[in-house]
Design a protein around this ligand. Sequence first.
Ligand SMILES: *Cc1c(COP(=O)(O)O)cnc(C)c1O
Length: 219
Amino acid sequence: MRNAIQEVERRIEAAASRAGRRREEITLLAVTKTFPASAIREAYELGLRDFGENYVQEFEAKRPELEDLTGARFHLIGHLQSNKARRATELFHAVQTVDSAKLARRLSEAACRVLEVMLEVRLSGESAKSGARPEDLPELIEAVSGCPNLRLTGLMTMPPWSDAPEASRPYFRRLRELGLRCGLPGLSMGMSHDLEVAIEEGATHVRVGTALFGSRKRP
Ligand SMILES: *Cc1c(COP(=O)(O)O)cnc(C)c1O
């Protein structure tokens, strides 16, 4: 895993430098879905601090083994149903997938400390099931602003799958434009295969699983 982390670091630094950006502007989120708590611990011991998980229930099972990882931050990056909002506020420091006013209100009501949130945006009509439509963002931002326990930091998106990294560029560019228009500085975009393109387009968070931990077993 040490080599994999070094390789991902090298890729992030090279992309940042090509784009005239500083490495510190970019947070590497290690995506640990399907991997055991021991993988999170190993990555932590090798210096990683930010972790992305997709499912409340899956992370709930790992969390007790990770209480001693001081300074680790856990981000929910998978779709969240309102009925799991309370549990999510207990498990995660940040939720990147807020896509409705109802979910925002549930999170704010349940949170007993300030929760960082990002709004998930659906930029491809056909395939994606979750995410807010760009035209609904102003209303959603207004709703989140009225939630005392939420701190809105940015936007998140997941382009349609393609193994050609350049295919993601228009989506990443669109997210950056939306972020600028809405005054939101954070942009969570880019995964193992397209993180360079995402960084060139302004990503502040890249979500990397496979390139760090190897391929996941199909469920
Ligand atoms: C699984 C997942 C990732 C990581 O994908 P890799 O291709 O393994 O790097 C990133 N973001 C989300 C939302 C995911 O579900």
